[in-house]
Write a protein that binds this ligand. Structure first.
Ligand code: EPU
Length: 334
């Protein structure tokens, strides 16, 4: 289905009201292929919008938004230990997680209640509570925008990293994810090492549903429900800096929260950096730093994209001034 000059307010979790020139949504991949062949305006910019949970519309978008609404989750292969499950790009991510929990398959439960769609899970390599989508992605099925050919990428070929993949680099703007096949375990195996989880979930009596419920309660405590308060979850990525620099920071700021990362680097909790500067509850225009989690910027109700950008820039400059660290948005600006 195609609409012109369409409001995007209900398609981004920030709840920013902006207009897009062309909005195309589809329920099956053939519809997408036919659109790409016949109606797609190659002269305009375009963007593939899943659940709109990681995007900031800074102004009206003079281009095409492609929005998958394809559905379907099925088991495609099963062994004694594993199951391969294919899910369509337009499935809501959390519906997929609930499906895995209902079917007794292990691996997706820590990623409960993350807003967005299945199609975004490999692009962004979504992650929470010590798990990332890359840990369970088996392969990603895509459609070429250029010639509509089908391509399947293995997990290794996706070059996954922290909130990063090949779909943000070499393949950006070239392919649309049509479905993702996940490899899930049939034997109980939980990952409950992440800080606050231990206080909420008892490992001895853990079940998939209990872990899911525990994660949901932890998330609800800190993160705003997009149905009530507009936001895009974490606004900034946790910066990764050389470990030597992190050591110097630790001496100066003993409370700084850090995590070891690869190759002599250290990940810093951006939420802590922002919080330490007293930003919780700070507002610019209609944009506000969430009171319970400083990494999250929210829409008080009538924020414009520009309000959010101003708030983000202000925070970035203050963090840079104090800690000499540049915090990069996780959210994509359009
Ligand atoms: N912290 C503060 N003040 C704050 C926020 C955090 O001091 O206002 C401290 C916390 O006390 C904690 C540390 O910073 O020691 C980290 O905070 P938290 O555990 O809340 O996690 P995070 O690093 O802020 C990341 C992900 C979230 C994910 C959580 C849980 C990123 C950018 N964010 O947040 O992902 O849910 O871990 O695993 O990696 C998202 O990407 O949208 C998202 C919500």
């Amino acid at each position: 289905m195609q609409f012109n000059n369409h409001s995007i307010k209900n398609f981004n979790t920030f709840g920013i009201d902006a207009e897009v020139s062309i909005f195309f949504s589809y329920n099956d991949d053939d519809e997408l292929i036919s659109f790409l062949k016949k109606d797609f305006r190659k002269d305009l910019p375009f963007f593939i919008l899943g659940g709109g949970s990681n995007i900031l519309f800074t102004k009206n978008f003079q281009g095409t938004i492609i929005h998958p609404e394809t559905k379907g989750i099925q088991i495609v292969e099963e062994t004694k230990d594993f199951v391969l499950v294919n899910a369509a790009a337009g499935e809501l991510w959390d519906d997929f997680v609930q499906w895995t929990v209902d079917h007794g398959f292990y691996g997706a439960e820590n990623l409960s209640f993350i807003p967005g769609c299945v199609g975004a899970s490999p692009v962004q390599n979504i992650g929470a509570y010590g798990s990332e989508a890359k840990d369970i992605i088996h392969e990603v099925h895509c459609i070429s925008i250029d010639d509509q050919s089908l391509k399947t990428l293995s997990n290794e070929e996706c070059n996954f990293d922290y909130r990063d993949s090949i779909f943000k680099h070499e393949l950006a703007g070239k392919y649309i994810v049509s479905s993702v096949t996940y490899k899930l375990k049939k034997e109980a195996s939980f990952n409950l090492n992440y800080g606050s989880l231990k206080n909420v979930i008892d490992e001895k009596t853990a079940t998939l549903q209990k872990v899911r419920d525990g994660i949901i309660s932890v998330r609800k405590e800190k993160l705003p429900d997009p149905k009530e308060i507009g936001s895009a979850g974490s606004f900034f990525k946790n910066p990764i800096i050389p470990s030597a620099q992190a050591e110097l920071l630790k001496q100066k700021f003993p409370n700084i929260v850090t995590y070891p990362a690869k190759n002599e680097t250290t990940k810093i909790a951006a939420g802590w950096l922002i919080d330490s500067l007293g930003f919780k509850g700070f507002e610019i225009g209609g944009a506000k730093v969430h009171e319970k989690q400083a990494l999250v910027l929210t829409n008080k109700g009538n924020a414009t994209g520009e309000d959010v950008v101003s708030l983000a820039k202000h925070i970035q400059s203050k963090v840079l001034e104090q800690y000499e660290i540049f915090i990069e948005p996780e959210v994509i600006y359009l």
